[in-house]
Every structure is written in structure tokens, then in C-alpha cells.
Design a protein around this ligand. Structure first.
Ligand code: SF4
Length: 330
């Protein structure tokens, strides 16, 4: 968008560097603060390029202040939710690539909304810029595409946003600081992997068998069989030597039995894999319960005994509906 502006007014290329520097790096809060440009040029910018494409940002901090859920809106009125999570080592921003989601996974609050629309590159990047400017001197360390929407179904815009995040003249994030999470649309995933973006890959697995995935995630599972998905992921691990993270939400009495853990271990045997276990976060209108501590431990013990790397992820922001699978404009 800035290039087009430069071309329109026949501005020299150093102007691009100046705007990138201040817009992406210096945490200015409006075009008026773009001090390297003349007032006349700034006025043209104000008229032609919105400083943020998303509007009406509202923050919902958690009680422990470690998490902020932010609700914003597209200019045509659709809600977008993003989350910033802090711990001692990291500041992670979880972003959305859609307003809502068409995939309708049974355990996911966003899925129950249905899809409003895809976000464009700037709308995706705006979510990171908002938190970056809010943090001031502190830096975001990680970006995860785990908010509203399925990245493989908005691939061009997700790839465009990754370019902005990783371009050294723009936001300059290291590639391995960014994670794209997908439920596994195979054709688009192959296209994504071919681009070799260098970002980390997470697969929302949530079930160790095709049969159970059909129950929990029928929209994606029907046309994207688990066996075929695994073939693509194993090929990727072997050719790149890169680890794949598998997200697994534990739902009481649905997918949290030791037999499920055994199936999961069988599925991931010999893979360069990490299983990220997340206990379900209760959400209004969803008929699921979290696993008991005992079942979580038993599940993990099976994975440990079969040497499957796994972690139990702490879910931030439960009190503000900002935890995994809870983003739904509430
Ligand atoms: Fe969409 Fe992901 Fe939720 Fe499934 S889990 S409905 S793909 S946002």
C-alpha cells in the first residue's frame, strides 16, 4: 500500500524506508507523528491510508494481568479478537486471520459463530501492531496464528502477513518466532509448505483416529483424511528436519482415555513431534468438560512411556474467554 502511494506521488524510494522505520518500528500512534515526512505529505497519507484498518480496539485484561484479549472491528463491522499473553520469558500475541470461522469444530467457540469473512494482510498485521505500540519498550517475542479462523483457508493473506512480520525493514521477527496452526487442509498445507516460509507449524489434531476426528472436526476431516495428512507431515519432517507441534485439546470422556493416548503414540511414533496438550476451557454453549487431573496425568504417562514429547500447556485468560478455543466475540 505504501509503494502505491509513493508511485502515485512520484516520491523517491528513501521515503519508503522512512515510513517503514516509523510505522513498523518506532511505535508512532498516528500519521501526525510521522516526523520524517512533511505536513503536506502527512495530510495526503491521512486522507488515503488508514493508520489502522481495524477500528474500535477494546481491551479486556485478565485478573492476573498476564493476558489481554482485544476486540476490534473491521470497517464493515465484523468482530476480530486477538490475545496478548505474558510470562517471565515471553510475550506472545495470538492473532486471527478471519472474523469467525467456517470449519465449525465442535469444541471451538469461534467455530460456532460461523464465518464472517477473511481478514486482509493489513487487518492481520494491525493486530500485532496494536500490541507492539501498546507495549512500548518491551518487545513481542512470538506470534501465533491460533485466533479466529483457519489459516489455510486464507492462505494468500496469511503469507502476505508473514512477509510483513519477517521483513527486516518492516517488523523483522525471526521466522521461528512465528507459528501457523492449521486443522489440516491438505492441498493448501502442501502449497504453504512449498513456500518454505521458515515459520513453525502446528497441527490442530485433537483426535488420534479418523473416526474421532470425523466426530469432533467433521468439516475438515471428511475431505482431509488423517492418513493422508500424516503422509504430508512426515514428508515435511523428513525433508526439512523440522519438528511439527500437534495440538490436542483434552475433552472429558471423549478423547482423553489412555486408549486414545496409546493410539496417539502409535500415530506419532518415529515422528519429530511435540504434543501440546491443552485441557478444554469451558465455554458457554459447548457441551464439553475438561479432563480431570488424574486423566490428564494418565494420558501424559502413556505418551511419556512411549517417548512421545509432550507438554501440558497452561491456558491464559480463562476468566476473559481468551483461552484456546474461546474466542467468540463474547
Ligand atoms: Fe476454526 Fe480453528 Fe476453531 Fe476449528 S478450531 S472452528 S478451524 S478456529
Amino acid at each position: 500500500m505504501f509503494r502505491r502511494f509513493l508511485e502515485k506521488y512520484k516520491l523517491p524510494s528513501f521515503r519508503l524506508k522512512q515510513i517503514y522505520e516509523q510505522y513498523y518500528k518506532s511505535n508512532i500512534s498516528s500519521w501526525d507523528e510521522l516526523t520524517t515526512w512533511s505536513k503536506d505529505l502527512r495530510e495526503k497519507l491521512i486522507r488515503e491510508i488508514p493508520f489502522y484498518k481495524l477500528t474500535n480496539f477494546t481491551d479486556y485484561p485478565s485478573k492476573d494481568k498476564r493476558t489481554i484479549k482485544t476486540l476490534s472491528y473491521t470497517t464493515d463491522g465484523y468482530p476480530v479478537e486477538s490475545v496478548m499473553m505474558k510470562n517471565k520469558k515471553r510475550i506472545t500475541v495470538c492473532i486471527s486471520c478471519m472474523s469467525g470461522c467456517p470449519v465449525r469444530c465442535k469444541f471451538c467457540a469461534t467455530g460456532q459463530m460461523g464465518k464472517n469473512r477473511n481478514l486482509d494482510v493489513q487487518e492481520i498485521v494491525d493486530q500485532v501492531l496494536y500490541f507492539k505500540r501498546k507495549l512500548g519498550d518491551k518487545n513481542i517475542t512470538n506470534i501465533v496464528f491460533m485466533g479466529m479462523g483457519e489459516p489455510m483457508l486464507n492462505l494468500d493473506n496469511v503469507l502476505g502477513a508473514i512477509k510483513v512480520f519477517t521483513n527486516k525493514d518492516m517488523l523483522g521477527f525471526g521466522h521461528r518466532r512465528i507459528t501457523v496452526s492449521t486443522v489440516g487442509y491438505i492441498k493448501q498445507l502442501e502449497e504453504f509448505l512449498k513456500k518454505d516460509t521458515g515459520v513453525k507449524l502446528a497441527i490442530s489434531l485433537h483426535a488420534p483416529t479418523q473416526e474421532l476426528r470425523m466426530k469432533l472436526m467433521p468439516t475438515v476431516a471428511k475431505a482431509n483424511k488423517l492418513d493422508d495428512l500424516m503422509k504430508v507431515l512426515i514428508r515435511y519432517q523428513m525433508s526439512k528436519g523440522k519438528r511439527v507441534t500437534y495440538e490436542y485439546i483434552l475433552l472429558k470422556d471423549i478423547n482423553d482415555d489412555v486408549e486414545h493416548a496409546k493410539e496417539l503414540a502409535k500415530l506419532l511414533k518415529n515422528q519429530i513431534a511435540l504434543v501440546n496438550i491443552i485441557n478444554f476451557n469451558r465455554s458457554e454453549n459447548l457441551p464439553f468438560e475438561p479432563s480431570s487431573r488424574k486423566r490428564v496425568d494418565a494420558f501424559r504417562n502413556i505418551l511419556d512411556s512411549r517417548e512421545i514429547n509432550n507438554t501440558l500447556r497452561y491456558s491464559y485468560g480463562k476468566d476473559i474467554n481468551a483461552a484456546c478455543g474461546q474466542l467468540a466475540n463474547q
